[in-house]
Ligand binder design. Sequence first.
Ligand code: COA
Length: 150
Amino acid sequence: MLALWGETIDKMRPTTAFFYESIKNKNATFWAYDKGGEVVGELYAFRSLNDKDYANNKDKVYLCAFRIAQGFRGKGYGTKLFSHVINCLKAEGIKSVTIGVEETDELNKRLYHSLGFIEKIKDCYDDPCDVDENMQAKPSEKCSLLKREI
Ligand SMILES: CC(C)(COP(=O)(O)OP(=O)(O)OC[C@H]1O[C@@H](n2cnc3c(N)ncnc32)[C@H](O)[C@@H]1OP(=O)(O)O)[C@@H](O)C(=O)NCCC(=O)NCCS
């Protein structure tokens, strides 16, 4: 993950440190899309977050940092990675997943709708996984928190 984000353990941004620690203490799981030895995509699931609308430490997880490298987008890799992650989560007994999308991001809104996120839980003004140096969620553009049963 650090290599993908171009950071090192001694010099991490707060958000990177939050992800790193969460993966280390098993609060988060990370999947990478490997294309012939090159990592071209990533997707993370957080299991427990302060706001239980996102992830409840039981059967609901929050998906974030869903990315396919530029140049590899629009070829179906994102959809494939997403389906794989959903199957893994289902197999371990997770019942629903949440994801955030910026209100004005029409492309991702359409993508998430087509991936089954048809229920909106609420409006949000931060992302619990994008944090400042005090590990507090940084304010963001207005987002919708969406949910899908799996
Ligand atoms: C969102 C993202 C992960 C989807 O991965 P992908 O491999 O491009 O997706 P797919 O090829 O499976 O296509 C699925 C949908 O993604 C959208 N998409 C396609 N090409 C895209 C591109 N170049 N850029 C953004 N979204 C694109 C389309 O809505 C597409 O649906 P359609 O084929 O019905 O038009 C990827 O485009 C990306 O990394 N975008 C930038 C980062 C981002 O916004 N991440 C989500 C928020 S964290």
